[in-house]
Write a protein that binds this ligand. Sequence first.
Ligand code: 5GP
Length: 189
Amino acid sequence: MKGKLVIFTAPSGAGKTTIVRHLLAHIENLDFSVSATSRPKREHEEDGRDYYFLSPMDFRKRIENEEFLEWEEVYEGQYYGTLKSEIERLWAEGKHIIFDIDVKGALNIKNTYPDDSLAIFVKPPSAEILFERLRNRGTETPESYRKRIKRATLELTYEDKFDVALLNDDLDAALIQAEKIVGEYLENE
Ligand code: 5GP
């Protein structure tokens, strides 16, 4: 039997990565879909754990070879995508799969597997709070911060397109809520 797909999406900075990590630590038989990206590796990130870091040329070659289930140029010149081989690897291990992915990629996967996926949009309390969080994260250059604000503004308009909107105002409450939603979804075989 193929595992189910749990897709987490949100504007950058809404806290979805924290929620996804929490679920991985607390829900059995759930594993992370490691995406490929052409963006530079951040300090503390590990190749093969956080992302498969590819050169832009390698990424484009794999697009041509149709190796991706979906891919997006999320920021100008920075590609992100889900490799088909990654999903097959996790299914072969009998796992349910969780994704941390942008809004368009999330809709693509949802449309490819409508009956086997749950798509959750993590919603920040407000656009202002989201921008503030992004500013305080300290991982971005001014240029990349500017790109992220532009992108987040677009992504905020996507909320209605997903199965569930999960408000991340108080993080602890959001974690409990996420565990409940995903736990119930996976139990209902
Ligand atoms: P970051 O650079 O902060 O790690 O990620 C930037 C954005 O790209 C986030 O919204 C993240 O969820 C998204 N992303 C990560 N992996 C993928 C992927 O495989 N496909 C798509 N479409 N977006 C992704």
